[in-house]
Design a protein. Structure first.
Length: 288
């Protein structure tokens, strides 16, 4: 296979944990990779680890802070300029933030990092995805989406901030977005699914300090829920490989599973889409 024959995959958060494990599995499948993360050192290490085993594919690292809308838009432009066709986009980067933080435009960071960045990236790369014969978007959610309360806002203000609710809402947003994109992009040939990877002891929650990280890991360990990052990445690898790709589905353990009732509410998906479009200034007409 020539270098140019390798399908192209863009993966956010491919420098650590589940994203890094997924990047290895996709390299094994023959995908060339564009790995996105904030940290140059981790990015270079992820790239060289993959190249050591899979020298025939191209692996590049793009630095971007997905909490910043300007950074995300610049990232999308760099990718568009370089890759006329993209086969797979994996919206994986995500975090839980214990104490309220807001970004440059005044929006709370869990929402902007976990959901808004991926709304911007996907909608900015749809044309490149539509040029592939197998254009596919995978958005990583979590079982935490079941905890999302309807009376908690999509974008919390400081006085009402609840770290668990902000995370749960962002993971519900991941699902609503994945399903709504699938419906809106129907005529483009792109499929869009969500993956619940399961629980792994990654760097997740370590941004809140060692104690917060240990509490997160221990609480899942005692419930017997911990799996390896590689195991958690298998549903992503499955969706990347399967010939007859599902559409508008939640995948867990390489199978289609039921999400919460809210995840299927069209009016909620429309509300979130309009909010995201108003904030980002991006709304798609999907003109082919
Ligand atoms: N671990 C779990 O138990 C679990 C369970 C269910 C769902 N998930 C989901 O799985 C996904 C991956 O999590 P993980 O467990 O692998 O966590 P992780 O080890 O902390 O990895 C998170 C990745 O996201 C990137 N990232 C975070 N904030 C970013 C930002 N502002 N800009 C750019 N990149 C950013 C990080 O890159 P750098 O720090 O290198 O910049 C890193 O590569 C998340 O969406 C999470 O919600 C995890």
């Amino acid at each position: 296979m020539e270098m140019d024959d390798h399908p192209i995959c863009v993966i956010t958060g491919g420098t650590s944990g589940i994203g890094r494990a997924a990047a290895h599995l996709l390299a094994k499948q023959g995908y060339s990779l564009v790995i996105v993360g904030r940290n140059q050192r981790r990015g270079k290490r992820a790239r060289s680890e993959i190249k050591r085993y899979y020298d025939q594919i191209e692996v590049s690292f793009e630095t971007a802070d997905l909490a910043s809308q300007d950074d995300t838009m610049e990232l999308a432009k760099r990718i568009r300029d370089r890759y006329p066709t993209i086969d797979l986009l994996i919206n994986n980067a995500g975090q839980r933030i214990d104490h309220y933080q807001e970004g440059e435009n005044g929006w709370e960071l869990t929402f902007t990092t976990n959901h808004l960045s991926h709304y911007i990236l996907t909608n900015s790369l749809w044309k490149q995805l539509s040029r592939s014969n197998n254009g596919s978007v995978i958005t990583i959610t979590s079982s935490a989406h079941w905890q999302a309360r309807s009376d908690y806002p999509w974008i919390a203000k400081e006085h009402e901030y609840d770290r668990k609710q902000s995370y749960a809402k962002s993971k519900l947003a991941n699902l609503l977005f994945a399903f709504e994109f699938a419906r809106r992009a129907e005529d483009t040939g792109i499929v869009s699914n969500a993956v619940d990877p399961g629980i792994a002891a990654t760097r997740f929650a370590s941004n809140n300090g060692h104690i917060a990280w240990a509490k997160h890991v221990f609480s899942h360990l005692v419930r017997g829920q911990l799996r390896s990052s590689k195991d958690c990445a298998r549903s992503i690898a499955y969706l990347a490989k399967v010939k007859d790709k599902p559409n508008e589905k939640l995948i867990f353990g390489c199978k289609s599973v039921q999400a919460s009732a809210d995840a299927y509410k069209r009016e909620l998906a429309k509300e979130l889409w309009e909010l995201s479009s108003n904030i980002s200034g991006i709304d798609l007409q999907f003109n082919l």
